[in-house]
Write a protein that binds this ligand. Structure first.
Ligand code: ARG
Length: 261
């Protein structure tokens, strides 16, 4: 009986020794600067935008979609690792400028205005503005927005569009940080309508019968990767993305996520 305890104790000590050895060898190999440890880049995105970037809570807390796929593919080509950080769309350019993130992939349109503050890659997708309402609403054209309250995502080109409209007619513009908030507010009747991009709006229509909408016009500037002004990354990022656009990889990614919607 005593022998048994003794051998158990010996085994325990041995096992502890092995585990400790594993631990140190791992940490020392991590710590050394040599080897192929990839440089990590931080990507900023507003993960409220299926199928471009979103979290499928049924599957986990990972940010997935067209843009993460493009980011991982570009990074792989260039030998980087990517960490994705979720933040409000309205704070992305600021995060880029302050160095909090290395690049932004967030269905962000490459507008002339933004080009004053950031670099953009090639365009990989083009969108349209859509007016989203509750089904049965009396809004069927832009003119019907007269006297209404219209929501947009803070910092988006839809906000700019709404503000432009409000100069020509009596229309109130309200901002929200996240797209689902706009949808909720429409359903609750606190907003009469929202301006949202067609592809994203379409996804909400498919899941929610209470919603309706119509396309108004092309949005201003297609989607592109944003990088800090004069970043060293811009050229290599752009080249890798261009290659993916030319050889159909980007289309493949878009097709994959659009069919999942
Ligand atoms: N394309 C529009 C813009 O650049 C809206 C993008 C919103 N993106 C998002 N992930 N919520 O302003």
């Amino acid at each position: 009986m005593k022998k048994k305890w003794l051998s158990l104790l010996v085994m325990f000590v041995l096992l502890a020794g092995v585990l400790a050895a594993c631990g140190t060898s791992e940490s020392s190999s991590n710590g050394s600067g040599e080897g192929e440890s990839k440089k990590k880049l931080i990507m900023g995105t507003s993960a409220d935008y299926p199928p471009f970037e979103f979290i499928d809570t049924a599957k986990g807390d990972e940010i997935i979609g067209v843009d993460p796929d493009i980011a991982h593919a570009v990074a792989k080509k260039l030998g980087y690792e990517v960490e994705i950080r979720d933040m409000d769309f309205g704070g992305l350019i600021q995060a880029l400028q302050s160095g909090q993130v290395d690049f932004v992939l967030s269905a962000m349109s490459a507008t002339e205005d933004r080009k004053k503050n950031v670099d953009f890659s090639e365009i990989y997708y083009t969108s349209k503005h859509m007016i989203v309402t509750k089904k049965g609403s009396d809004i069927a054209s832009i003119d019907d927005l007269e006297g209404k309250t219209v929501g947009t995502q803070l910092g988006s080109i839809q906000e700019t569009k709404a503000k432009d409209l409000a100069k020509e007619m009596d229309m109130k513009v309200e901002n929200r940080n996240r797209i689902p908030e706009l949808i909720q507010e429409i359903k609750a009747g606190r907003l009469d309508a929202a301006i949202i991009e067609d592809t994203v709006a379409q996804g909400f229509f498919e899941k929610d019968e209470e919603l309706d909408g119509f396309t108004i016009e092309d949005a201003d500037g297609g989607y592109a990767i944003a990088l800090p002004k004069n970043s060293e990354l811009t050229e290599e990022f752009n080249e890798a993305l261009k290659e993916m656009i030319d050889n159909g990889e980007v289309d493949e990614i878009i097709k994959k996520w659009f069919s999942k919607e």
